[in-house]
Design a protein around this ligand. Structure first.
Ligand code: ADP
Ligand code: MG
Length: 233
């Protein structure tokens, strides 16, 4: 089943007279429950695409349907509801609140999400059951990223949007995070969308979307994606 459908989506930034197309006439459909990698060089438009899917930004033109709903014409309030209910975010920079414990960081989403899951359970799911009362600064980078994944999952979203989730991690820790994200697709049926410039990560994907100069260059399904162990990191 399709969960994401973009039709003729453009996002234009205007600097005085100059128009910069971060995305240009993009068409894209993505299937639910898949591990999807969006690959492209810096400046290609990957983050712009992810931000549009996440309701953090709106297109200049075109339509975006997510889970059967047109999100391209929503008001700010409606977009906030959409973000709270449908998408979870994982960023390169974790974005944890330093003065809250691990558990408190995750539990925060209960304030906004309409149908949250247990914070404890999600922290157990990412292997951090023994760290819930620690502060982010007491954890390694990989552990902090796993907290941010638990926080995203606790919203109980259908889609997890991950912008360079392993960008700040060493490759061994990065692989653990990727395996965790893959498991969320396989075992929880989440649609995982990972943006990266790392070609190796794409080898694990069910679907690889290549972006360049604001355009989708290709969108290919891989019937037999590699396991993390098979990829040469
Ligand atoms: N807020 C902004 N204002 C102006 N230009 C922007 C803005 N955000 C992104 N861009 C431009 O849009 C293009 C795509 O950016 P981005 O989506 O961040 O690329 P990527 O994530 O692939 O590195 C780049 O040329 C960037 O400079
Ligand atoms: Mg980016």
């Amino acid at each position: 089943m399709e969960i994401v459908e973009l039709k003729a989506v453009s996002r234009v930034y205007r600097n005085g007279e100059h128009e910069q197309y971060a995305l240009k006439q993009v068409d894209l459909t993505l299937k639910e429950g898949k591990f999807i990698v969006i690959l492209g060089p810096s400046g290609a438009g990957k983050s712009t695409l992810l931000n549009l899917l996440g309701g953090l930004d709106s297109p200049t033109s075109g339509t975006i349907h997510v889970a059967g709903k047109d999100i391209s014409t929503l008001t700010e309030d409606q977009l906030a509801d959409y973000r709270a209910a449908t998408v979870g975010f994982v960023f390169q920079s974790y974005n944890l609140i330093p003065t809250l414990t691990v558990l408190e960081n995750v539990a925060l989403v209960k304030e906004i999400a309409p149908d949250p899951l247990s914070s404890h359970e999600m922290l157990k799911e990412v292997g951090l059951a023994d760290h819930i009362h620690q502060f982010p600064s007491e954890l390694s980078g990989g552990e902090q990223q796993r907290v941010s994944i638990a926080r995203a999952l606790a919203k109980n979203p259908r889609i997890l949007l991950c912008d360079e989730p392993t960008g700040a991690l060493d490759s061994e820790t990065g692989v653990l995070v990727l395996k965790l994200l893959l498991r969320m697709a396989r075992e929880m049926g989440k649609t995982i969308i990972v943006v990266t410039h790392n070609q190796q990560i794409a080898k694990m994907a069910d679907t690889v979307v290549r972006v360049k100069n604001g355009r989708i260059v290709s969108c290919e399904d891989q019937e037999h994606p590699m396991t993390a162990e098979e990829v040469d990191w």
